[in-house]
Design a protein around this ligand. Structure first.
Ligand code: FES
Ligand code: FES
Length: 169
């Protein structure tokens, strides 16, 4: 280990890893290049597009969505990260949000999709009946160059509707 490196534990999608990374290395670089976790995408690498969004618990017990390209990996030491890979079922089943994105035609090139699904999943777990404005606010940090956003918002509304119907007595 060189003087500019740090060793720490990090749980990714339920799997514990021993990581050695440079202090300045981003969580996205560690996920993709060191651990081979390719769900979070590299878009702008400057916190502008949301393609790298993951859900993370950095030790405060409150998972939240963050841009993995902006966070030095060492700040996640001892914490846990959930990527798009663990949003669906253990055998590759799609989540309700992923199903809704497909059904509504909210996926084109797909570079943005993991980030949108991650942000939408976080929204629906904290707010099962979001208004259109709340959906747009939750997805504000995610950019899509293909779909025009309408179908993405419709997909989140559809997933929310399905969840409420399933939870209704
Ligand atoms: S790649 Fe992280 S926000 Fe664009
Ligand atoms: S589907 Fe291509 S950028 Fe969103």
């Amino acid at each position: 280990m060189t003087p500019d490196e740090v060793a720490f534990e990090l749980t990714v999608d339920g799997v514990r890893h021993e990581v050695t990374a440079r202090w300045s290395e981003s969580l996205l670089t560690v996920l993709r290049d060191r651990l081979g976790v390719r769900g979070p995408k590299t878009g702008c690498a400057h916190g502008r597009c949301g393609a790298c969004a993951v859900r993370a618990d950095l030790g405060d017990g409150a998972p939240h969505v963050l841009c993995a390209c902006l966070v030095p990996a060492a700040t996640a030491a001892g914490g846990s990260v959930a990527t798009i890979a663990s949003i669906g079922g253990p055998d590759g089943e799609l989540s309700d949000v992923q199903e809704a994105f497909l059904a509504e035609g909210a996926v084109q090139c797909g570079i943005c999709t993991a980030g949108f699904v991650t942000a939408a999943t976080e929204l629906l777990e904290t707010n099962p009946d979001p208004t259109r404005t709340e959906i747009e606010a939750a997805l504000y940090g995610n950019l899509c160059r293909c779909t025009g956003y309408g179908r993405i918002v419709a997909a989140v509304e559809a997933a929310a509707r399905t969840r409420r119907q399933q939870e209704a007595p």
